[in-house]
Design a protein around this ligand. Structure first.
Ligand SMILES: *Cc1c(COP(=O)(O)O)cnc(C)c1O
Length: 397
């Protein structure tokens, strides 16, 4: 029995298709835990929808998805400063570069690979084309070139290039904070970059942005018609609406317990009489990570430290609910199981019954996915491959 993700397939896919109207040419972001769905699942869905360009978080994710899918372009969002190898001599991969060091690292790595591996170098004779996006620093203060760097970038690229490695700039990339920056400030940042690069003789033709509304996206497209803007969409694409998904856990066992009786990994004494309800899903699924608390003061921080230090987890409300009521953790979640405490008077679920569980989708992983209503919308590319009629649920893993 497993932790299950139920996907309201029809609504979910309708939303994904609608995003193409709201943000023409958007780039789906597929990274980390795949927003709870898993990276392969998202890649599979979007590939079948005919998207040819995706963005992944890391080099490792690009390698993994590159083995299974042939997207025309795969943007790696995080700068690469770890070892590259022969298998990375692929076309269609675009590296995000936000400093001279990051640029130099890539060129040096590929140059070394090509000089060590004379066969693949000799096969084509042509230099390897290293595709990059120039990452423009925003007020996020994450990695990225500063505006002062902008005038030097072309020189740096020229200096870095070798006989074996040529650099091609595929565009600019800017990542805005989700909150705390007005649209006019975002527009100003975009404008400054376009202008500064233009002045230094570099004509910007493509720019990747993030965290803009559809209206704002249209606004910038209109303001700079010579620039081809694409927005990167993660959360707003996959998790836009709560109704797209339901997350459920299965009751595995129920044990009666008396007040003062010891139980569990930690051999706590039960504070009250009641029931221990064992449900599927544990730390490996992201249970226990659902409530990120950002302590705003030292006092709060201290409280948190004490909380974790003394294992007061058992006194926490869990994210599991039954008949609309949240239940308490009996002890900290195990790897794949969680123990809940139900008081004597509570209505008990049946073994095998499902409980709703609220998880943070960017830290959750599910053992099983159930697609609901899928047979009603065949994939466009596979319309001949109709699903079995009359079957409502489609279990895929
Ligand atoms: C993760 C990421 C996104 C997508 O972010 P969401 O908030 O999930 O939409 C966009 N751009 C960059 C550079 C990212 O790293």
């Amino acid at each position: 029995m497993s932790l299950s993700l139920y996907i309201n397939w029809r609504e979910w896919l309708r939303h994904i298709r609608n995003m193409e109207n709201k943000y023409p040419d958007y780039v789906p972001v597929i990274k980390g835990n795949g927003y709870g769905f898993g990276n392969r699942y998202l890649a599979d869905t979007i590939y079948r929808e005919g998207k040819e360009e995706i963005a992944v978080g890391t080099l490792e994710e690009a390698r993994q998805l590159g083995k299974e899918y042939t997207f025309r372009q795969m943007i790696v969002l995080t700068p690469v400063m770890t070892e590259l190898d022969v298998s990375d001599l692929v076309s269609g991969r675009i590296y995000t570069v936000g400093s001279r060091e990051q640029l130099q690292y890539l060129v040096t790595s590929f140059d070394r690979i090509l000089s060590d591996d004379r066969r693949s170098w000799a096969k084509t004779g042509a230099p390897f084309k290293l595709n990059i996006l120039l990452k423009c620093q925003s007020s996020m203060k994450r990695y990225g070139f500063s505006l002062e760097d902008a005038t030097n970038i072309q020189q740096w690229i020229h200096d870095a290039e070798t006989d074996r490695v040529h650099i091609e700039i595929k565009g600019l990339s800017i990542h805005f904070p989700k909150e705390g920056l007005s649209f006019s400030q975002k527009k100003q940042a975009i404008g400054e970059w376009i202008e500064t690069l233009r002045k230094s003789g570099f004509s910007c033709c493509r720019m990747y942005v993030s965290h803009l509304s559809s209206q704002q996206y249209r606004d910038i497209c209109k303001k700079w018609p010579s620039v081809h803007f694409s927005i990167r969409l993660g959360t707003d694409l996959w998790l836009y609406d709560k109704s797209f998904i339901e997350t459920k856990s299965t009751v595995l066992d129920i044990k009666k317990i008396k007040r003062g009786e010891r139980f569990g990994y930690k051999q706590f004494r039960s504070l009250k009489s009641g029931y221990l309800v064992y449900v599927s899903g544990g730390t490996a699924n992201g249970v226990g990570l659902e409530a990120p608390v950002f302590p705003r003061s030292w006092k709060e921080r201290l409280k948190l430290t004490v909380f974790w230090g003394l294992s007061l987890f058992k006194l926490q409300l869990s994210p599991f609910t039954y008949k609309g009521k949240r239940f308490w953790y009996a002890e900290p979640p195990h790897m794949q199981t969680t123990v809940l405490f139900f008081p004597s008077k509570a209505t008990l679920p049946e073994v095998g019954e499902e409980l709703l569980v609220q998880l943070r989708m960017t830290t959750a992983t599910f053992d099983r996915k159930v697609e609901m209503g899928k047979e009603m919308i065949p994939y466009e590319r596979e319309s001949e491959q109709q699903e079995e009629k009359g079957k409502v649920q489609h279990v895929i893993s």
